[in-house]
Write a protein that binds this ligand. Sequence first.
Ligand SMILES: Cc1ncc(COP(=O)(O)O)c(C=O)c1O
Length: 434
Amino acid sequence: MTYRTIAEILEIRHRHVGRNLSVSYTEPLKIVRGQGQYLFDADGRRYLDLVNNVCHVGHCHPHVVAAGQRQMAELNTNTRYLHDHLAEYALRLSETFPDPLSVVFFVCTGTEANDLALRLSRTHAGTKEIIVLEHAYHGHSPSLVEIGTYKCEGPGGEGLAAHAHKVPMPDPYRGPHRGEGAGSRYADEVRRTVAELTAANRPPGAFMAESLIGCGGQVIPAEGFMAGAFDAARAAGGVCIADEVQVGFGRAGSRFWAFEALDVVPDIVTLGKPIGNGHPMAAVVTTPEIAASFVTGMEYFNTFGGNPVSCAIGLAVLEVIESEGLQEHARVLGEHFLAGFGEMQPRHRLIGDVRGLGLFLGVELVRDHETLEPADSEAAAVVDAMRDRGFLLSTDGPLHNVLKIKPPMVLSADDVDAVLENVDAVLTMVEAAS
Ligand SMILES: Cc1ncc(COP(=O)(O)O)c(C=O)c1O
């Protein structure tokens, strides 16, 4: 393999790769190796990866790598042939879901999973009308860009499709409804939208939301919102789609699926990112009733979805989550993070809000605790300074002022202490300079 410098790679990317993709950091990193919770650059420098929720059980986990290598050397073909791995994986995956979620569709990316979820809901409910959360991102295909305001109301976007109707993100810190009862007031917004659509003879066929909200700024939905929203959508004949592409597979800590921590059972759940620990695979899980509606005579075939290599890898990921107790580990470390950030909050004027569930956390930085003026440049400065100290963090949220933490689940308690200690020091520095 030819070795190229950062400047050479950037130049080749500039000439030969679509330019719509930004590169992390002003001084980009050339990462050449990953192991567990760590990434290593071309000079051998080690970084703690705090944002990559794809390599769920750790970068290059040996059990997952071995499963993939073994199966690649034996067979990889499509799902029109019978294979044990697909049957085993469908069984094992569906065992992790509450009834009646028991039918699996195999796809390759989160976008494909959400696209298929739209098709399933449209076929079942007989309409495209859908209610979505503001600032949502569900994927990059046309059908998802036009319902995801993170994209369609951002630069280059063409606005929401006529069949998509947004409701406020149930953000209990910055959103329009806060404090006691905020969740039910956010759910009222869904009820109102459902009522308006129904009165206009366009009842919603679906309500779609991430169980925990990523691009919106690591938001844990206001308590009671999801149950109220699901009830409202279902009362009008709509189905409820939970996007667990970022947050599933034990990350929420207390439960395997984040929707379970919100006390709801969706009708369709979409899975991606962590499902294959970096191998491109994804899935949709739904009820027998919705799956039956999709049997219209038109076949659903996916060239790569559910192939023996993907299923071997998916099985290995489930095995590691269980054998290494990673769900409970996420719960314990998540509490450790929340306690640590909570302890430092009174000492740092920039920390406006600390929130999280398991290893899905956000620290929102503000300049003023009354106006909540977003501290976006300060958040960027924290990320840069942390990188210099060997920690890879990033910002998220519509105002770019939320430090997001969603690391590989094999992070250690010592790693958490090191993160807390360094964020504390870096915030002191940034606050002194701002
Ligand atoms: C919540 C959510 N849904 C769907 C997707 C799309 O997944 P993919 O990039 O695998 O197509 C993403 C990707 O960032 C996501 O964060």
